[in-house]
Design a protein around this ligand. Structure first.
Ligand SMILES: Cc1cc2nc3c(=O)[nH]c(=O)nc-3n(C[C@H](O)[C@H](O)[C@H](O)COP(=O)(O)O)c2cc1C
Length: 162
């Protein structure tokens, strides 16, 4: 049996919310349909070989489709894209309706207006509690738009003060 915890989930969320992140949308083309979810747990992992990672929740409905596709594209959102983040953080059936995008090499959608993108093949997936740990091998990447990043801090959106 595990030890009783000295904190509850509300405190865990509150304390961890003090770590500010950028915001990405992780996309894939799954059996002819574009899919994606908002992800703050993106990280650069290794330069040689080029690896990145993110942590999808086991409750995510998009993740099993991305896993099946075997690839994903990380779209780094600009500070003008809060509405896009909210849309991809929802469980809406067609998150791409009315959005501009094109496909990159893997077939994954690259959203219009993002600062930069990283196109990956899934290298490894492992268990991480109520999330999965997903390692991606970078196949291509680029910068597509000048601008400042969308930030997330203590449950709210923020902008970078230059
Ligand atoms: C700023 C922000 C960061 C998020 N980061 C993650 C994340 O790293 N992993 C994750 O599974 N969900 C994350 N989410 C929540 C998902 O985007 C959300 O649960 C979404 O509804 C999942 O959609 P799906 O069911 O289509 O996969 C984040 C949401 C926001 C607003």
């Amino acid at each position: 049996m595990s030890e009783p915890l000295a904190f509850d989930t509300a405190k865990f969320r509150q304390v961890l919310g003090h770590f500010s992140t950028g915001v990405t949308v992780v996309t894939a083309h799954a059996q002819g349909t574009p899919v994606g979810l908002a992800v703050g747990s993106f990280a650069s992992v290794s330069l040689d070989p080029p690896l990145v990672a993110f942590f999808p929740n086991k409750a995510s409905s998009s993740w099993p489709k991305i896993e099946d596709a075997g690839h994903f594209c990380v779209n780094i959102l600009a500070d003008t894209q809060e509405e896009i983040c909210r849309r991809f953080a929802s469980r809406s059936e067609d998150k791409f309706a009315g959005l501009g995008w094109r496909t990159v090499g893997s077939g994954a959608p690259l959203l219009d207006g993002v600062l930069a993108w990283i196109d990956c093949e899934i290298e490894a997936v492992s268990d991480a509690g109520d999330h999965f740990f997903v390692l991606g091998r970078v196949r291509d990447l680029g910068m597509s738009h000048e601008g400042a990043p969308l930030l997330f801090f203590r449950g709210g959106y923020g902008r970078f003060a230059l």
